[in-house]
Design a protein around this ligand. Structure first.
Ligand code: ADP
Length: 179
C-alpha cells in the first residue's frame, strides 16, 4: 500500500531528546509498514555536511541541505525523520515552506535540565569555555513560535513524548494503521 510521505522535524537543544524520540517514532512507523529515513544531526555532520562548522552560515547550510533531502524523500512517500538542533527560526521556516507535509516538533527542555543530563559531556566543556559557539551556552537557540507538536521532556516520559508525535500524525491521517 502507498503511504503519504511527510517530514518530521525535531528541533531543540543538545540533549533535549530529539534523537531518542525520533528513533522511537521511526521504529513505530517502520513496524507499520512505512519507509522511514532518520536524518540525525550528528550522523549528517560526518557525511552530507562533513567539513561544516558551527557558524551561523554553516549551521544554515547544514539545515538547508538536510531540508532538501527531507523534501526529496517525503515527496516519494518516505517518512523523513530529521533530528537537528536547527537553532534559527528563519532557516527552519525556509525548510517548512518547501515541504508540503512538514511537522515541526519542538523538543523542549530547560537549559538546567539538559546541563544536568549532559548526555555527551559537551555542556561541561562548553561551560568551561572549551567549546565555542555551543547552542544554549554561547550561541543562540530560537524556539519555534508555532510548532505542530511540543514535547516537554523534563516532564514527560519518552513514551509520552513519542505518543504526542504519533497522535499528531494520526490526526492528519498520516499514521499507517499497519498490519
Ligand atoms: P538530543 O538528540 O536532543 O541531543 P538525546 O536524545 O541524545 O538528545 O538525549 C536525550 C536524553 O534525555 C536521553 O538520555 C533520554 O533518555 C532522556 N530523556 C528523558 N525524558 C525524555 C523524553 N520525554 N523524551 C526524550 N528523551 C528523554
Amino acid at each position: 500500500m502507498e503511504h503519504e510521505g511527510f517530514t518530521l522535524w525535531f528541533t531543540g537543544l543538545s540533549g533535549a531528546g530529539k534523537s531518542t524520540i525520533a528513533r522511537r517514532v521511526a521504529e513505530v512507523l517502520r513496524a507499520r509498514g512505512m519507509k522511514v529515513e532518520v536524518l540525525d544531526g550528528d550522523v549528517i555532520r560526518t557525511n552530507l555536511s562533513k567539513g561544516l562548522g558551527f557558524s551561523k552560515e554553516d549551521r544554515d547550510t547544514n539545515v538547508l541541505r538536510v531540508g532538501w533531502v527531507a523534501e526529496v524523500l517525503s515527496r516519494n512517500g518516505v517518512a523523513a525523520v530529521c533530528a537537528l538542533i536547527s537553532p534559527y527560526r528563519e532557516t527552519r521556516e525556509k525548510v517548512r515552506e518547501r515541504i508540503p507535509n512538514f511537522v515541526e516538533v519542538f523538543v523542549d527542555a530547560p537549559l538546567d535540565e539538559v546541563i544536568r543530563r549532559d548526555v555527551k559531556g559537551l555542556y561541561k566543556k562548553a561551560l568551561a569555555g572549551e567549546i565555542k559557539n555551543f547552542t544554549g551556552i554561547s550561541d543562540p537557540y530560537e524556539p519555534p513560535e508555532h510548532p505542530e507538536v511540543v514535547c516537554n521532556t523534563a516532564e514527560e516520559t519518552v513514551e509520552e513524548s513519542v505518543q504526542k508525535v504519533l497522535d499528531y500524525l494520526e490526526s492528519r491521517g498520516w499514521l499507517p494503521s499497519g498490519g
